[in-house]
Design a protein around this ligand. Sequence first.
Ligand SMILES: O=C[C@H](O)COP(=O)(O)O
Length: 271
Amino acid sequence: MTTSTNGKFDRTPLIAGNWKMNMDHVQGITLLQKLAWTLKDAQHDYHRVEVAIFPPFTDLRSVQTLIKGDKLEIEYGAQDLSPKDSGAYTGDISGQFLSKLGCKYVLVGHSERRTVHGESDELLNEKLKAAYRNEVIPVLCVGEGLEIRQSGQHVAHTLEQVRQDLAGLDAEQVSALVIAYEPIWAIGTGEVAGPADAQEMCSAIRAEIANLYDDAVAAKTRLLYGGSVKAQNAASILKERDVDGVLVGGASLDVTEFANIVRFEQHLVTD
Ligand SMILES: O=C[C@H](O)COP(=O)(O)O
């Protein structure tokens, strides 16, 4: 683990770009190449701030080839996985395949999977276990919709998701886990939860992990914020004590914007 310049982390910050259903494999390679060049020009230290991209499944082999061939330090992962490892599950993608493709991470329970595909916490718990079984680190997404936020039940709702999703996982697994808090009302809307909102929820999640496991586990689990993150608001969110990174959607498709989010520490100095 490394320490960032603002002194708050003993957890390596993670800046993650979720491309969602954008970028075919040809476009994806161009985007990745430009990102790598931009961060090389900026002499980015990947040990100090980790960078990961989450392209569509169909891009993963090309991404793996480029990253391996050019010895890039950018990590990558998939946007979903099956709870099963193999068999008659047409259209599903096994964690075994992701592991073979060198994926370090996999998103589990993104709000678009929960809402568009109706994925339940029970299913997501199975997906988390499938990820660990195949040695891929899950990035579990949790968060509330607008109605729940307005009712003031957002913390209780999100912690209930955490408890259900983590059921049966052991301390070692949860220490390696990444959890992204993504309030649904802030995703792709331009509405961004304020730094204090991000901190409130990340702090509550960390306390819940300490309660379910212990302080040592809670100190290791990385907590991200996601929802309309841009270069302009990233530094103020990342300055919060319990926020260890960001999960970026739309802005990760713009190389300059995403590279500036990766380089958030530059902005911390002048804030
Ligand atoms: O996975 C990323 C989140 O859904 C945030 O997306 P966004 O940055 O486009 O709001």
